[in-house]
Design a binder for this molecule. Structure first.
Ligand code: GLN
Length: 451
């Protein structure tokens, strides 16, 4: 009840929809009673959790932050639970509602939402990051204990960095995406957003595992990730990419640089071995990502045609129905990406852009493979800057895209990555740790020391 009241009074715009409170309170009472009887109520028994509104929760609306799925004439209701939601429910979690996001998860500031921007609880004049801005704000403002986000190119880690919370993108294939509205299928991954590293580990324990409905989810053994916490970093080899601090990366702010340096000193004093590594193709990551992500998005979003889902425009014939429904339903950033992605995939340009980007993606992946021959984890900043002001970058999409420089390589290579709050004397700063595929244990081991 306390959380539902807090959500009602929330001034950050973190939630798009909230579940029926009577039902939720009845559920909470049921869990309390079961606990009083000494029954096992699950590892997340009674824990209030928020879900990014591009993930399906059966019987409730799902908007993806878009008017195309949530207009009076075409409100879309999820017909089933996403696998992650099924797992959370089975573990006893209470689902509070759905959080705000950039439309179809496209953005880095949550300003692309059809439901309005979200304010950063650390400073309401600033953005919470995106695209999982609502989930990050909900966790930071104590409106839930944990939230789910999705991360295609940083959308869990970047908002975590901006709001002073913890955000984990698991290895591609670790967590099922069945029931996630697809943005770029070769990059999308669902993960937890929490206040502590331990909570993130507990959440991953519940979320991980293969799923028969998602052929990209992999049958690798799960473990109890809380066991990786508090192991210390004695002898752990930590790589610091020289490209992240060099001339290739413009705009790394002095305060973020200082926070990373202080973190490294602390890790070194606890016995970690700090070593420089090289990721030579870093400078191509943003371009590569925005070619591949828009190409995949243009194809994934073809299903929103005014016939099958959501908003349907008035029209006399089919072509007009498609065009009008999509023109009315999609916002400007989504349209920009569909146009870019369609262009990238079109005959005559495919080889020059899409195919080239695929090759560079392989080179970026190899950079990491080589680096991980020498070190256990890679550490750097999550973002070049602290949270920027609302409206500051909305007129310059390219400037917005460049904010993703440190987060997107991780998706291109399919690696696990976390953002944890680093030392700061002002606004929150995120420290990012990356590890080889399916080595979330190393991510947690290092992260638990920084926190
Ligand atoms: N900022 C990136 C983009 O706009 C990341 C999005 C995401 O991870 N969903 O595409």
């Amino acid at each position: 009840a306390q959380y539902l009241d807090a959500i009602k009074e929330d001034t950050h715009g973190a939630f798009i929809s909230v579940v029926d409170s009577d039902e939720l309170l009845a559920q909470a009472r049921g869990i309390d009673e079961a606990r009083a009887r000494g029954e096992d109520t699950g590892v997340l028994g009674g824990v209030p959790i928020a879900i990014k509104d591009n993930i399906c929760v059966k019987g409730g609306p799902v908007s993806a932050g878009s008017k195309i799925l949530d207009q009076a004439d075409g409100r879309f209701i999820s017909p089933y639970d996403a696998t992650v939601v099924t797992k959370l429910k089975a573990a006893g979690a209470l689902i509070l509602g759905k959080t705000n996001l950039d439309e179809f998860a496209m953005g880095s500031s949550n300003e692309n939402s059809a439901f309005g921007a979200v304010k950063n609880p650390a400073d309401p004049e600033r953005v919470p990051g995106g695209s999982s801005g609502g989930s990050a704000a909900a966790v930071a403002a104590n409106l839930c204990v944990a939230a789910l986000g999705s991360d295609t190119g940083g959308s869990i880690r970047q908002p975590a960095a901006f709001t002073g919370t913890v955000g984990l993108k698991p290895t591609y294939g670790r967590v099922s995406r069945f029931g996630l509205i697809a943005f770029a299928s070769s990059l999308d991954q669902i993960g937890p957003m929490t206040r502590t590293v331990e909570d993130a580990a507990l959440m991953l324990n519940v979320l991980a595992g293969p799923c028969p409905h998602d052929m990209t989810s992999m049958d690798v053994p799960s473990e109890d990730w809380t066991q990786s916490l508090g192991r210390g970093v004695e002898g752990l080899k930590i790589g610091v990419p020289k490209e992240y601090f060099g001339p290739g990366v413009e705009g790394l702010s002095p305060e973020v640089r200082a926070s990373v340096q202080e973190t490294l000193q602390r890790l070194e004093s606890q016995g970690a071995q700090i070593q420089e590594v090289s990721l030579p193709h870093t400078k191509y990551a943003v371009a590569t990502y925005y070619l591949l992500a828009t190409a995949e998005a243009s194809s994934n979003l073809a299903r929103f045609d005014g016939v099958r889902y959501g908003h349907r425009a008035e029209a006399r014939e089919l072509q007009e129905l498609y065009t009008k429904s999509r023109s009315e339903g999609f916002g400007p950033e989504v349209k920009r990406r569909i146009m870019l992605g369609t262009y990238v995939l079109s005959a005559g340009f495919y080889d020059a852009y899409y195919k080239k980007a695929q090759s560079v993606r392989t080179l970026i992946t190899r950079d990491f493979e080589n680096a991980f021959k020498a070190v256990d984890v890679i550490l750097g900043p999550t973002t070049p800057n602290v949270a920027f002001r609302l409206g500051e970058k909305t007129n310059d999409p390219l400037q917005m895209y460049l904010e993703d420089i440190f987060t997107i390589s991780c998706n291109l290579a399919g690696l696990p990555g976390i953002s944890v709050p680093g030392p700061t004397s002002g606004l929150p700063i995120g420290i990012q740790i990356l590890a080889p595929h399916f080595r979330e244990d190393l991510v947690f081991q290092a992260a638990s020391v920084i926190e």
